[in-house]
Design a protein around this ligand. Sequence first.
Ligand SMILES: Nc1ncnc2c1ncn2[C@@H]1O[C@H](COP(=O)(O)OP(=O)(O)OP(=O)(O)O)[C@@H](O)[C@H]1O
Length: 243
Amino acid sequence: MTLLEVDGISVSFDGFQAINGLSFAIGEPELRAVIGPNGAGKTTFMDIVTGKTRPDSGRVLWGETNRNILGQSESAIARLGIGRKFQKPTVFEDQTVRENLAMALKDRRGPFSVLFGLPADEGRLLDFAEEVGLAAQLDRLAGELSHGQKQWLEIGMLLAQEPRLLLVDEPAAGMTPAEREHTTDLLKRLARRHAVVVVEHDMDFVRRLDCRVTVLHEGRVLAEGSLDHVTQNQDVIDVYLGR
Ligand SMILES: Nc1ncnc2c1ncn2[C@@H]1O[C@H](COP(=O)(O)OP(=O)(O)OP(=O)(O)O)[C@@H](O)[C@H]1O
């Protein structure tokens, strides 16, 4: 099923056309890599989908009913189930892994936990820690984690909000080879149940994701398909790979 569709999106900043008739769709579940040269519009695409940037024209269609979510606030869009992970981890370093996850849990302040002061749902919290590979680190301070572990914690915090679509910006940047491998496995596993969009420059990492790839250039889709398919496309070679 198509979960997200951007349809004919355009946006210009001070007369510069950053996104220019961008259209493509993401299924649920699906793993999709979005690649393209610097300035291609990858970040702006995520800004538009999450409600941070308002385009000049086009539609962003969501869910079973294909409703246009453009114009909704960032928090309303997050509540619909669109989660975003920025490149730089933003975990709370002086809190434990457990506390970070607890803060992120959706509905953690439900009426009962507020009334009776119950702790956050420990079972769900453990599930998310397990999912990202941090079950053995729950009582460590986030600040003591490796760069890769911080990234996984942040992915766990994103999962705790129960998104349907995860937008993940350059997850492999700064990671060791072992951390990259763990991250590839994690993203692939998540994409069995979620729509996962990974913006990434590292072609080795993209190859290991083994998924459909969308190549952006000058604010529109230049090519789409398997990595082998797009890397043989002459336009892609000219503007991105061959430089
Ligand atoms: N708020 C803004 N004001 C002016 N120009 C902007 C703004 N946001 C983005 N741009 C411009 O729009 C173009 C697309 O930028 P964007 O950051 O989306 O590209 P990108 O594909 O994410 O690039 P990179 O791989 O370098 O992160 C760039 O030329 C950028 O300078």
